[in-house]
Design a protein around this ligand. Structure first.
Ligand code: DC
Length: 201
């Protein structure tokens, strides 16, 4: 049976960690849709046209090892503004969402555009400062030498672009349940998400 859980929110709010944990808990498949846009962004940085990149994505492109860098994140956010790029990626995401056995998709427009019919919609957010702190710690651990202020500027630039674009801007669906993770430990955020899901099943 199909059951879709749509999880949207800004960069570094905890969507990825929450999505993976609930997919594991429920035995659902998980798609990090940001990774698809990052794969397009990485191809653009390597010289490709954004639409050609979106139309020719392969499974290996999603496994490239540079997808988690700040440069690729910005390139992804820029490519994600282009309506034709978004359109090229819709069908894959929709089929994934309705696969048998249940699916969790996290991104920016899952509850609003990709799966407005999702059985559960969550909007996971946190203050820009908390999100920048988390991303900064993550990047430092991976050996990136970026200051907190640089990471904060990066997070804010991406928020602005993702929220103000004409096509599928980042915003909560009207019927999304909001989870603010600013003051929550990760297990508390996962528990809050699971409570909403169990109430809907
Ligand atoms: O979730 P992320 O940080 O990996 O996403 C990278 C960028 O991709 C994000 O800044 C905007 C874009 N994106 C999008 O426009 N729509 C999605 N569903 C997911 C990501």
């Amino acid at each position: 049976m199909a059951f879709t859980i749509a999880i949207d929110g800004p960069a570094a709010a905890g969507k990825g960690t929450i999505s993976k944990a609930i997919a594991r808990e429920l035995g659902f498949a998980h798609l990090d849709t940001g990774l698809i846009y990052r794969a397009v962004g990485a191809k653009v940085l390597a010289g490709s046209d954004p639409l050609k990149a979106a139309n020719s994505l392969s499974a290996e492109d999603l496994e490239a090892d540079n997808l988690r860098t700040p440069e690729v994140a910005q390139a992804a956010s820029k490519a994600a503004v282009i309506a034709e790029v978004r359109a090229a990626l819709v069908q894959f995401q929709r089929s994934f969402a309705r696969r048998a056995g249940g699916a969790v998709l996290d991104g920016r427009d899952i509850g609003t555009v990709i799966c407005p019919e999702a059985e559960v919609k969550l909007f996971v957010t946190a203050s820009a400062e908390v999100r920048a702190q988390r991303r900064h710690a993550e990047l430092t651990e991976k050996g990136h030498a970026l200051s907190f202020d640089e990471v904060l500027a990066d997070v804010k630039a991406r928020d602005d672009r993702d929220m103000s674009r004409a096509e599928a801007p980042l915003k909560p669906a009207e019927d999304a349940v909001l989870i603010d993770t600013s003051d929550l430990a990760i297990d508390e955020a996962i528990t809050a998400a699971l409570q909403v899901i169990h109430a809907a099943r």
